[in-house]
Design a binder for this molecule. Sequence first.
Ligand code: NAG
Ligand code: NAG
Ligand code: NAG
Length: 499
Amino acid sequence: MGSLKFLSLALLFFTTSQVHSNNTQRKEAVVYHDREDAKIRSSKRISKTIFRLYESTVEEHCRIALYQLETLEQCNFNTSLPLVMIIHGWSINGMLEGWISKMAAALKSNQRDFNVIIADWLSLAQQHYPIAVRNTRLVGQEIADFLEWLELSLQYSRSKVHLIGYSLGAHVSGFAGTYISGSTKIGRITGLDPAGPLFEGMSSTDRLSPDDAHFVDAIHTFTQQHLGLSVGIKQPVAHYDFYPNGGAYQPGCHFRHVYNHIAQYGITGITQTVKCAHERSVHLFIDSLLHDDKQSMAYWCNDIHTFDKGICLSCRKNRCNTLGFNIRQERPQRSKRLYLKTRAHMPFKVYHYQFKIHFINHIQEKQLEPTFTVSLIGTKEDAVNLPITPVEEISGNKTYSFLITLDTDIGDIMMIKFKWKGTDMWAHIWDTVQTIIPWTKVASYQGFIVKTIRVKAGETQQKMTFCAQNVENVPLLPAQEKIYVRCENRLGRQKKKFK
Ligand SMILES: *[C@@H]1O[C@H](CO)[C@@H](O)[C@H](O)[C@H]1NC(C)=O
Ligand SMILES: *[C@@H]1O[C@H](CO)[C@@H](O)[C@H](O)[C@H]1NC(C)=O
Ligand SMILES: *[C@@H]1O[C@H](CO)[C@@H](O)[C@H](O)[C@H]1NC(C)=O
């Protein structure tokens, strides 16, 4: 059954021997490059890909047969509406996966209207992985034929077409874009965790690439390398490539527990684990259709480690964009990698903040590795006891940058409560200090001072500076909490006092 086939996927994905694309395979693929040959084939032969028009009101999808105009009419293909085509990936059990109808329904939600067609290539996808990979070119060709036919028979422009391909389906979309004749491009292609094995590192003509449509976006959710292979492709393949949570793992999908899952659930454990992160790309996209008011924002960054310091939350010069359906369709010269954090469940959106904290630490011989918590008092809500763990030691006079994410919109931040949680080591040091130096001297001894906290909100691009509510130069001691308010408010208050 499915689980056995899945095992072969697992073996392919996790095998030690890297699978290489083979020349023989390439040669066969070249046959499909030949336009004339393709024309002859498609006019003589029925398309292996089944085009199913989705109607939310009826159970059965209406089948549109290539080159049979009457089927377009029978299925109520509406030429005044754009077309979204959903293209599935490699198939384990030969059945359309559950996410497909969820995606189709989401596309028609919130007063949107499209012709939604599901490109069903199950018979070619339920094969050994390398064969299914080879078939992506044939299916891409058939989709190109389909779109050319719409253009010829109904003057239906390919620029009104958006292909959404998952896993291998992403590369199918790419091949459709490559093989369609003429210089006009397909409107948009979205690659949802485009497949990695046999595509990673290949030239742009052998995988999804920005050349394949007027606008190409991709969401990478399962690029964790395991023995040299990853399920999703790691390299950028689009104009904008999104890497939620870094793209390797996803929250709520505990890949590291895969072996426990197998022990517990048998082979289905691995299915669930792999599917969870791989398919997350799909649900992030569906989320963008269902929650218009909760659009996830992502930010250009070199890598996730830099992003995790909160340094990359800029929207200047197209450095940020919206994940999913409502993306701003600008085309940068080079692929842009965008990062964001998400929740583990829908709605996935979080609010990103950079905290820049300047520490003055006079104790030079001791480097601090403290953990802090902040509580944020906002105009709408509060967020309490958020942990900040510095990635590096706090030493000297230096500004440190941290990323903090919130699940909800707390409005404008009015006050920050900053607490040094303190460690055993620190409690000990302070004890020592206090026994050696009388307490009065300790108080004047400037141990550890945070004068200002600067905050930048990614989602609003708002910048704020917070000053200590009371006296500035009192050092912060372990387990102590200090309150910071907006500097302008504090200054305002002081001015009033002087009046
Ligand atoms: C490719 O595969 C064929 C058989 O399928 C084999 O004869 C050939 O040696 C392989 N070539 C490479 C470069 O691995
Ligand atoms: C096609 O879509 C347009 C725009 O939504 C609508 O006004 C029209 O009635 C539709 N035509 C048919 C035949 O459903
Ligand atoms: C930090 O700066 C203060 C003056 O603002 C100075 O007195 C102190 O020695 C500096 N500390 C270190 C570790 O450089």
